[in-house]
Design a protein around this ligand. Sequence first.
Ligand code: UD1
Length: 417
Amino acid sequence: MDKLKITGGARLNGPVRISGAKNSALPAMAACLLTEGELILENMPMVNDILTTRRLLRELGAEVEFDGGNTARLKATRIASHEAPYDLVKTMRASVLVLGPLLARFGKARVSLPGGCAIGARPIDLHIKGFEKLGATVNTEYGYVEAVANRLKGANIVFEKITVTGTENLMMAAALAEGQSTLVNAALEPEISDLADLLNKMGAKISGAGTSVITIEGVETLHGATHSIIPDRIETGTFLVAGAISESNLELTRCNPSHLSGVIEKLREAGAVIEEGADSMRVRGGNELRSADVITHEYPGFATDMQAQYMAMMTQAKGISLITESIFENRFMHASELMRMGANIRIDGSRAVVAGKSRLTGATVIASDLRASASLVLAALVAEGVTTVDRIYHLDRGYEKIEEKLRSFGAQIERLK
Ligand code: UD1
């Protein structure tokens, strides 16, 4: 298993190009199952979750080719299987996104139940209830969800809780249903609007994406399209924290500052100096950071996917900060590893109390999930001495060329095979 060796204390300076959003690219790839036409997806992040999705789609019978750069061509003229097997779903929960498209176009889908993961229980009951509302018969047995339907029928679906992939799955299914569907209490994340844009280019009739009520007028068939994936707001936020906690002057290019307003506001409150351009940002570090409490929320609130990175930053801020995780029940696995590096953190249920500023020192630490890994890398940038971050396959799931990007502006980082 690969590890990262990071020597802290380097001054970071330079530009970094933000990649396409993993969480937009995953549903966009699944959308290829909705049509026999070809999808051309540009600005794709070449991360392991994308390769896992390629494997899954190929197992289903789709053709998926990458051009060696950041463009993917996908075509599912016909399919060979309706099943997303356990070995793929267990490595990537977003595999569940093939359920809606398979069910809508082929009337049948069988997907392994994802079960829990390092950050919490993460059920898919709301996806299932939505498919049933659209007229599908759904059985869960032998560890699989099996859904069948003739043609799905439009319905009014009210989500009891806001779910990002749930909204995406139902939006894709409803796009091919007969009649009108409304998704009420839908997720507002930019990735939802990006998927709606792609589906509309494919011939879908979706309005209201980006608001809490999405209306979908079902169509008989969808066709191929070309679409460019939006910038990754979590990668952007991670580099903003990298700049804020170290003596840095970083320029983030090809990003979308308007997708990060909650995060930018909080980082500024904590003392980060951030300038926003139309599609770029500059962050300067080195000044004294101060504690600022945060509660994670659905978009446009402070993203749960930025909570771990923010905790690393708060270890370097003066004062006591309360970090409350309201989306996932068990998302503080990084805290104990940060403590091994010298952080002063107490966990109390869904709240972490971080007292700073702490002197961090290098240690061997273990990454427990994707964003936890990022938080350990950030802490390592400011720790004295050498930190080895183990199990970085988590990091490789979602950050494109992270060590190359960090090295390009001066970080001392190397991958140990
Ligand atoms: C997506 C993101 C993930 C992010 C999360 C929250 C992708 C591929 N992943 O995950 O990076 O951390 O949004 O912003 O886009 N829930 C249920 N029943 C359901 C579905 C969800 O109870 O059927 C609960 C979850 O356990 C969680 C909350 O709802 O507590 C939000 O989860 P959800 O928005 O569905 O997260 P994901 O879509 O899996």
